[in-house]
Design a protein around this ligand. Structure first.
Ligand code: ZN
Length: 365
């Protein structure tokens, strides 16, 4: 009898713990969450705006308006990681400099979907967390843009542009562009750190006061490096004629990738289809999910096109093109990461550091 009571209490406690573990967080409608969390034409399925990290992770297994945003980038991360490991384990990457641009590109293909899925997972922890999460997302996208520039310089640039002045400075300019891209994308959310916003106030436009302006700046922030990086490819597949244009089997894959890139940008800019029927695509089929899917399929075709160009042009490029260096590939990528992290740090610091804390510190001294 004496033993039965603690046993029953234990059973009750464990079943309660199990229930609380299985209990999924409540979801909200657009009217119930602050404006900063609103998504255009998405009516329901919002998570709590101050979710705990545990609730954010649990939401991976709950149908919210973000669930597919998370999974459509989380699963492809593993696919690109598998591709990266295949190249590292099968090839002689330490001695074969020709593979270094591919390694940097595949690394960027792992980083950008991973950063995006983390940003979508933890963006509902607080307003500040949301901004910082997406600052990292933008940094990862600009790293991917540099990865594309590095492979285009090594394998895609048409024969007649090889070794030209543009080709020699192309990667350096792309590194500069990544800083501009990260800074401009972060700026598109709240304005300039410390000048327009800090821990307590936002003086300038923000994502929720002037969403159109913020969105336009952000589209420009990503369109500009994308268009710059694609100059050699667009010239090769759309404009070049005669000898030296590098027409090979990879071209058709470059067309697929380019078409998907434009479709991705179209979905991001237009918010279709949910804008036509608000509330109908809250969980499945809204533009951000389609944007993720098209982006990933586009990256897949881009990778296949690159692999084909590598195979078909290796011999010719090895004898005619500028030598592939560590500083121009891994070094440039590392430099870009440091610069982008620096930009993210400055934009995040303004959100984290409270001026009242600063003045209290000053008063104590
Ligand atoms: Zn996203």
């Amino acid at each position: 009898m004496l033993l039965r009571q603690p046993l029953a209490a234990f059973r009750r406690a464990t079943s309660l713990t199990m229930l609380s573990l299985l209990k999924l967080p409540r979801l909200f409608t657009v009217q119930q969450v602050p404006k900063v969390f609103h998504e255009d034409s998405i009516v329901a399925g919002y998570r709590h705006p101050c979710s705990s990290a545990r609730d954010c992770i649990l939401s991976l297994f709950q149908l919210t308006n973000e669930t597919l945003n998370i999974w459509t980038h989380f699963l492809p991360t593993w696919y690109f990681l598998y591709k990266l490991l295949t190249v590292v384990l099968i090839g002689d990457v330490w001695h074969d400099a020709f593979t270094w641009p591919l390694l940097v590109f595949l690394l960027s293909c792992c980083v950008y979907p991973l950063a995006s899925s983390c940003a979508h997972t933890f963006s509902t922890m607080s307003t500040r967390a949301r901004h910082i999460c997406f600052f990292f997302d933008y940094g990862a996208l600009s790293f991917y843009s540099l990865g594309s520039a590095i492979i285009y310089s090594a394998y895609v640039v048409p024969d007649e542009w090889v070794n030209t002045t543009f080709h020699r400075y192309y990667v350096s300019l792309a590194v500069f562009n990544t800083v501009v891209c990260t800074a401009l994308a972060c700026y598109s959310r709240l304005g300039l750190p410390f000048v327009h916003y800090n821990h307590d106030t936002i003086k300038r436009f923000s994502e929720y006061q002037s969403p159109k302006l913020g969105k336009t700046i952000r589209i420009g922030a990503f369109a500009y490096p994308y268009l710059f990086d694609n100059i050699p490819l667009f010239y090769r597949i759309f404009m070049c004629s005669g000898d030296g244009c590098t027409v090979n089997d990879a071209n058709v894959l470059h067309y697929y990738h380019t078409a998907l890139a434009f479709l991705t940008a179209f979905l991001f800019a237009t918010h279709l289809p949910e804008r036509l029927a608000p509330g109908r695509f809250d969980y499945f089929g809204h533009s951000h999910q389609l944007f993720h899917v098209c982006g990933i399929i586009g990256t897949h075709f881009q990778m296949q096109a690159i692999e084909m160009d590598m195979k078909l042009r290796r011999q010719w490029l090895s004898t005619h093109s500028v030598p592939i260096t560590f500083s121009g590939t891994v070094g440039a990528a590392a430099f870009c990461v440091v610069l982008s992290l620096g930009v993210i740090y400055i934009f995040s610091l303004a959100l984290l550091r409270s001026p009242t804390q600063k003045s209290e510190k000053g008063a104590k001294q």
